[in-house]
Design a protein. Structure first.
Length: 88
């Protein structure tokens, strides 16, 4: 089971690195905002895999708060981009 969890952790890290590339190269602000949201989601997923690997649940409240903040940030960014498009 630990092999599977280590593979999951490696895949999450690879996805985060690829998303970091999109964050740096993104042509539009919306691309960068989405990339930041995905990176934070990858951090949440990595922490969840870490919790499963070590059999502890002490980070669960932190992950719940962080996921709520990411959701609020995504909704706010979408609202601001929609407002900016309406002004043009």
């Amino acid at each position: 089971m630990t092999v599977v969890l280590h593979l999951c952790l490696a895949m999450v890290a690879t996805a985060a690195l690829l998303t970091l590339l999109r964050l740096l190269r993104g042509p539009a602000a919306l691309d960068r905002i989405v990339a930041l949201d995905v990176i934070v989601t990858m951090i949440i997923a990595g922490a969840a895999v870490h919790m499963a690997l070590h059999g502890e649940a002490t980070l669960l409240p932190v992950l719940l708060v962080l996921s709520l903040l990411v959701f609020i940030g995504s909704v706010t960014a979408a609202h601001l981009v929609e407002r900016r498009e309406g002004m043009r």
